[in-house]
Design a protein around this ligand. Structure first.
Ligand code: ATP
Length: 935
């Protein structure tokens, strides 16, 4: 019945029977009838064809039927009756149309069950046969089916499409319908898939973009959305697979052409219905995914905002941290300053192996004081105590020594200049402290290696905030000539020192080699040492007769502020400080000795000037002081390692060395201490004077009259006032030389010493010209003798038969051994910076500004004072020193070795120790007083 609904079959049949009865049959688009879009067309067909058919049938006088009879529930018998009547009419016509055509329902085969005869009623109108009611119901049915895509309407349409088709055509039509259907479904699914993919991708991007900054909740949400999206994808996947299987089924159906077409059509309807539901579900899922995405987007926006706020606070914290760091550095250096800018450490070398029975000149040592066994004037045993910032005994390790000076190294990285030098007689252990023993082991590494290794370590620790460049130069000063020990040509070229360098490099023509590892430093020092050895002769161990200086230049750039920090550190192994009679040496030895003497004297003078805060500091008097200028005085920090040999035979040099060191230590303690101590000393002096007067009055003995020191001393030895003085003297520890008596009979010597201590002139050097500096009894005596003028400093190897120092004869051998233990192949010393490279780098300004145009050779410029040279090295500009003012200094009395007697010096003359076998200068007993500058 449904096959007749479109009316096409009916119309076509009628036109066959009575051509032209239905002039226009609405046909075609059978493919589209199955689609909801084609539903309207079907309805049109339905109306047009059925109406035309019924009108034509009525005109022919044949029994007709109602349009609704074609519907389910309609009176199909009337339709059947109409068809049978038409058939009868057709047969009548085919038989020639003889007579009157009569139709009797009875003539129809049984089964139709209709026995009603019809006569043709042409008057019956189409309108009356197609009631309003049925039309409405049809329309509503259609619209419902279109709306809901109901199976029934789809079935009707398919049936309509197939009704007039021949049996053999049906499989083809159904196949075509299935193809169309699956194509349509596939395209819709593809669209949905695409949509879901885009959504999933957007979610993924958004999840990736924020993944780092996601909070946990956001992650959860994103996960939720992702799950939804993936479930949607899964659904689509399921969908497509089910479509695939259904499609297969449909194709199977195609092959099973014997099956009832209507049943297959119904199957299709069910399938289409299922797809529709799936699509609805997908739409739903997409909708909820969109909502989730929106929520997620909002959450992300909120998170990004919070993150921004968090970043802001972090940035603030970081800049605060920088400030604290800066503050910390300042405080650290202030602590260092409080400790004193010039520090003196004393180190006692151990006896050489096999010297266990040798008499030691060292009586006692504690953390800060060393007491030396000496002799009083009357030949009796006495002790002399010296106080320093630190005293290291023979058993102290290299690491322990370094740990005490480590803070200074840190100062270099903070933009300060540091000078560490080793002072002492030949063989006292200077090289051991600065470099290490001949056979170098890790424990034996000296200050040089450890300092650089520490610089590397700290610079590495700070690399997040400051980027450091560390470079080294290695120079030697021999006979007042500066040589580059890192030069490829062996350092024969004479170099000039420029003291107005803006980049802190005073010897610009010397190689400046960047270093970043301790092994680099070891390699460089091996080269330097080799170059130094080249100049040695069998009788001349160069290391004892020249000053060697390893200079470390540090430039740091603050990564936050861009500020530049510059610091430099001089690590100096000085030439041996011992002196011998000028008459004992001639020729080159004499020349060497004069130069060493001159430079060490100049060093003492500079330190004295710095101590007295003199406006003029005589840096120009030697190459050594010129070289160290930036690192001596002002903000620079200086550390002197004073070395002594323990052998009693070396007592003279030991005392001489310790006196020099003690005076440097006095400098370190500075003016504040001087002022305090001066008050105490003044008070004590008054007490002594009154006691002396009281004694003289009481005893009436000419010996005890004021002015008779012998008398006064013997009485004062047990005076309570003296005890008081003693306790006070402990306060001024490092400024006091105390000679303790070993027995009660030596009180006089003791008192003499004390008297010396309370003599105001002893304190004068800190605030007065050096002519009166550091003058004490010994000084006066030695000056009176005039001996020191004739003394020059030379290495006196034969003077120390037992010293474990480098023997002249084996010096070369030891050096070679030393190097061999470090560099198997010296040509591999510069793995990255070959000697050639170094030569091309001679200007040395790899990372530093080239300020050579502003530099001037030291000898051509006036000496800068200590204040101007102490400008802090922290600057934001490479031209930080551009504003450095040079104060014109009043020309001071020229000093030279030729007029050595007038050179103010901290260096005591050891003559007093040498002149007497007991170590006591006989001049002391002459009662002469030295009024000059030196001892
Ligand atoms: N603290 C110490 N512990 C062990 N051995 C030491 C110590 N100090 C020095 N020595 C040894 O004493 C010897 C002499 O030391 P060193 O060469 O360092 O003296 P120096 O003052 O540098 O002499 P020079 O002025 O000739 O260079 C070396 O063999 C050295 O290893």
């Amino acid at each position: 019945m449904h096959g007749l609904r479109s009316g096409i079959i009916l119309c076509n049949v009628l036109n066959k029977v009575q051509p032209g009865s239905v002039p226009k049959v609405v046909e075609g688009a059978c493919d589209s009838v199955i689609l909801s879009d084609g539903a309207a067309f079907s309805a049109y067909q339905y109306f047009e064809n059925v109406r035309n058919f019924r009108v034509a049938i009525q005109e022919m006088g044949l029994p007709t039927f109602e349009t609704s009879d074609l519907e389910q529930g309609g009176k199909s018998s009337r339709v059947v009756n109409c068809v049978l009547a038409l058939k009868s009419y057709s047969e009548w016509k085919q038989s020639g149309g003889i007579g009157t055509w009569k139709y009797s329902a009875n003539s129809k085969p049984a089964g139709f069950g209709i026995a009603k005869s019809f006569s043709r009623k042409r008057s019956e109108s189409m309108n009356s046969s197609f009631s309003e009611k049925s039309l409405d119901s049809f329309c509503s049915d259609q619209s419902d089916s279109i709306e809901a895509g109901s199976v029934s309407s789809f079935g009707i349409l398919v049936r309509a499409a197939l009704s007039d088709k021949k049996q053999e055509e049906i499989p083809m039509i159904v196949e075509s319908m299935i193809n169309k259907l699956s194509e349509e479904l596939e395209s819709r699914l593809a669209t949905h898939k695409e949509l879901i993919k885009i959504t999933a991708k957007a979610m993924e991007e958004s999840a990736t973009g924020h993944s780092l900054s996601q909070t946990a909740s956001c992650d959860d949400k994103a996960e939720g959305v992702e799950v939804k999206a993936s479930s949607a994808e899964e659904m689509v996947g399921d969908e497509s697979s089910s479509i695939e299987s259904e499609r297969k089924e449909l194709y199977d159906y195609k092959s099973d052409a014997n099956e009832e077409p209507m049943q297959h059509v119904l199957k299709l309807h069910a399938l289409v219905e299922q797809k529709r539901r799936d699509i609805q579900e997908l739409k739903h899922c997409l909708c909820s995914t969109k909502t989730c995405m929106q929520v997620l987007q909002m959450t992300y926006q909120e998170d990004v905002f919070n993150l921004g706020k968090h970043l802001c606070s972090l940035a603030n914290a970081a800049s605060g941290y920088q400030r604290v760091l800066e503050e910390n550095r300042k405080l650290y250096n202030q602590v260092q300053d409080l400790k004193g800018n010039i520090r003196v450490y004393c180190r006692v070398r151990p006896f050489k192996p096999g010297q266990s029975n040798t008499l030691s000149s060292v009586d006692h040592m504690d953390e800060r004081t060393i007491t030396i066994l000496t002799h009083s004037k009357n030949g009796k045993e006495a002790r002399k105590a010296f106080t320093f910032n630190k005293v290291f005994g023979p058993s102290v390790t290299q690491a322990e020594v370094f740990s005490d000076m480590q803070p200074l190294v840190r100062s270099v990285l903070d933009g300060y200049n540091v000078c560490i030098f080793a002072y002492g007689q030949t063989g006292s252990g200077k090289t051991h402290t600065m470099t290490g023993p001949k056979e170098l082991t890790e424990e034996g590494l000296g200050v040089n290696y450890r300092a650089l290794s520490d610089l590397f370590h700290i610079s590495n620790q700070r690399k997040e905030t400051i980027s450091y460049d560390i470079s080294v130069q290695m120079l030697e000063i021999y006979n007042e000539q500066v040589r580059d020990l890192l030069s490829a040509d062996g350092g024969n070229k004479r170099l000039e020192i420029r003291n107005s360098s803006h980049n802190g490099i005073n010897v610009p023509d010397a190689n400046l080699v960047p270093v970043s590892l301790t092994s680099d430093v070891i390699n460089l020092m091996n080269i330097g040492h080799k170059n130094r050895s080249v100049c040695s002769t069998a009788l001349n161990d160069r290391s004892s007769r020249s000053h060697s200086c390893l200079t470390v230049h540090v430039q740091g750039r603050d990564l936050t502020s861009g500020n530049i920090l510059r610091g430099s550190m001089h690590l100096v192994d000085l030439a041996g400080s011992e002196r011998v009679d000028k008459s004992e040496v001639v020729g080159n030895r004499l020349k060497e000795a004069q130069h060493i003497n001159k430079s060490l004297s100049a060093l003492g003078d500079v330190i004295s000037s710095l101590a007295s805060r003199s406006s003029h500091v005589p840096y120009r008097n030697s190459k050594l002081t010129q070289l160290l200028q930036d690192s001596l005085g002002g903000q620079a920090k200086t550390l002197m390692f004073v070395h002594i040999a323990p052998e009693y035979e070396a007592l003279g040099e030991t005392i001489s060395t310790l006196k020099f060191a003690e005076r440097v230590a006095t400098v370190e303690l500075g003016a504040a201490k001087v002022n305090k101590d001066s008050g105490e000393v003044k008070e004590l002096k008054e007490q002594i004077a009154s006691l002396k007067a009281a004694l003289a009055r009481k005893e009436g003995d000419p010996e005890n009259l004021p002015g008779s020191p012998e008398r006064n001393r013997s009485k004062l030895g047990s005076s309570p006032s003296l005890l008081k003085w003693k306790s006070l003297s402990d306060l001024s520890c490092s400024t006091v030389n105390t000679e303790y008596e070993s027995s009660s009979t030596s009180r006089r010597d003791s008192l003499e010493s004390r008297e010396t201590l309370v003599t105001p002139s002893h304190w004068q050097p800190l605030g007065s010209p050096l002519s009166s500096s550091f003058t004490n009894e010994d000084d006066r005596d030695s000056e009176a003798s005039g001996d020191w003028v004739d003394k020059v400093m030379v290495n006196k190897h034969d003077n120390m038969s037992t010293r474990p120092g480098k023997e002249v004869s084996n010096g070369q051998k030891l050096s070679d051994k030393f190097y061999q233990s470090y560099i198997p192949d010296p040509t591999k010393i510069y793995p990255e910076h070959s000697l050639n490279k170094m030569t091309t780098n001679r200007k040395g300004n790899r990372d530093f500004d080239d300020d050579s145009d502003r530099e001037s050779v030291t000898s051509d410029c006036s000496e800068s004072d200590s204040v101007s040279s102490s400008i802090p090295k922290i600057t934001s500009s490479p031209n930080m020193f551009a504003s450095k003012q040079k104060k014109p200094q009043p020309k001071t009395t020229a000093k030279s070795t030729e007029i050595r007697s007038s050179i103010p010096s901290l260096i005591p003359s050891p003559s007093s120790m040498r002149k007497s076998p007991s170590g006591v200068n006989p001049n002391l007993q002459k009662g002469k007083r030295k009024t000059g500058l030196s001892k």
